[in-house]
Ligand binder design. Sequence first.
Ligand SMILES: [Zn+2]
Length: 298
Amino acid sequence: MKRISSLLLAIFFTSTIPFSVADHHAQSSFKVTNISDNLILLQGRGGNIALNRGQDGVLIIDNDYADLGKELKQQIENLAGGSALKFILNTHWHGDHTGNNESLNQQENVNIVAHNNVRKRLSTRQEMPAFNRVVEAHPRPALPTITFPDSMTLHFNDETLILQHYAKGHTDGDSVIFFKKNNAVHMGDHMFYPMFPFVDLASGGNAISYAENVGKVLEAIDSETVVIPGHGPLTDKQGLMDFHTMLVSTIAEVKSMKAEGLSMKAAQAKGLSAKWKKWNVGFIKEPVWISFIYSSLK
Ligand SMILES: [Zn+2]
């Protein structure tokens, strides 16, 4: 029995993750992947960008860090085939997703769409204690012009986009965006794959409801849905299920450690079960993930 389990463990640890998330980060250019003829994935250094193109023009979801602006603009022009950028959708306020709201909106003729709280946070000074960082209020051209409280539908390029807000997730202003015709979903930072997620507690995020939100998205997609994580490679419903299982299971482990009376430090020292170590490959390391869960528990 012991031999079998150690063999299984060996297989587990040698079956490597599809490809390292650091792979495409080493080069400065964007990796371009066609999901369909009109839906394209751009992967730079920050959050994944989805681009939709067609007779109505171009729409992008998220837009990476500000310093990649020039290159991103060029990429969009290359893919647009002469049509103009009409819509920028922000999944949430973080700078690795909204860094080029302003630079892509030079003439202020692009509609920036996001949840109400994205505009609130971008227009005021934000503190990110997790990174010892302060983000100053953004200028007018960087702010969303169309905001919504719960959900909105956008009819563009013969595609129906559902922008669905999920409360108290990665922040307090996250949207997941469904492409009905392409049968694809952009998760924003409701999915880091395959790695422990960042939950921005200071921006109204909560690890417990984050996991619940991911469960709700699972109910809304099918086995054919293309799943675009906020960070990491393209995947499918199975990938999102694996992510959800990890979230729910690690939350249960931390919850029971807290119930046993362990302090956060003691829980971090004890750690999670070995089977979750393969998720410890992103910028959120296991002790930090444990702290997000611990702090999110009532
Ligand atoms: Zn984020």
